[in-house]
Design a protein around this ligand. Sequence first.
Ligand SMILES: Nc1nc(=O)c2c([nH]1)NC[C@@H]1CN(c3ccc(C(=O)N[C@@H](CCC(=O)O)C(=O)O)cc3)C=[N+]21
Ligand SMILES: [Mg+2]
Length: 286
Amino acid sequence: MVDLIDGRALARHLSDRTAEDVARLRAKGVAPALAVVLVGNDPASQVYVRRKVAECAKVGIRSCEAALPRETSEADLVALIEALNADPSIHGILVQLPLPPTIDATRVLDRIAPEKDVDGFHPVNVGRLSTGTGGLVPCTPLGIMKLLDSIVGDLRGRDVVVIGKSNIVGKPVAMLLLEREATVTVTHIETQNLPDIARRADIIVVAAGSPHLVRGFWVKEGAVVIDVGINRVTDPDGRARIVGDVATHEMGHARAVTPVPGGVGPMTIACLLSNTVAAAERTTRG
Ligand SMILES: Nc1nc(=O)c2c([nH]1)NC[C@@H]1CN(c3ccc(C(=O)N[C@@H](CCC(=O)O)C(=O)O)cc3)C=[N+]21
Ligand SMILES: [Mg+2]
């Protein structure tokens, strides 16, 4: 039978270790702190930001939330980021995405000090990831690797198919998998014969944003399926719920599948906390 991976339990385990790291830093006089910047009032973003702030509190990370109106200018947002960059009591900066269309997200993210970029989106960190030379690693890909560590272990020579080529998930997770000497195929919207490609995989990582895209017949017997999708759907009875990118009920022949919710999502937040501590630790080493 397929193993449904408990991402919440693994995230709790990781956060317990983060809480210990926080306590150790605090004893040395460093109180790890994360600044979360939210522009506008997108309800989903508000929920995520609230969850991030709440999880910070649980492990003893100080967080400050800046909620800015949707009309905020790019210049004002950049000015806030520069102030947070210059504030030695702040170790991590996260600008919640998506930003309003009037603001150029790339230009904004490029202004975050790389050593405070706990999302790992700054070009310096992207470059470090692509050369395997350290830096802060994006939270969702990092969480996926920790899930794979617990399910699979050694990834050398494993055939991994990554579905989706986003800068937030697909590309960075492909880089991390390559560092571990997996054989990586990245597919995208123009990929031909995707079911045939997916069927070769020992591990499928899907971040496509398409409800139930990955069907049972796409998945080899005994494969591991990591579902990164967060899709809001409405049932015939009018009830809203979230589903992933995997037809989980068709995965009886897989070895393991991550559920949505309760899989990758909680790991993403746990990795945000551990990245914040890593950023704070770096300041103690000069
Ligand atoms: N600068 C930035 N960094 C991000 O990392 C970032 C972002 N912007 N914008 C939005 C996406 C999305 N994201 C999620 C984080 C946690 C869950 C999560 O905790 N999900 C839970 C609950 C899902 C639910 O009920 O909505 C679960 O899967 O179990 C989901 C999605 C981070 N993102
Ligand atoms: Mg999830």
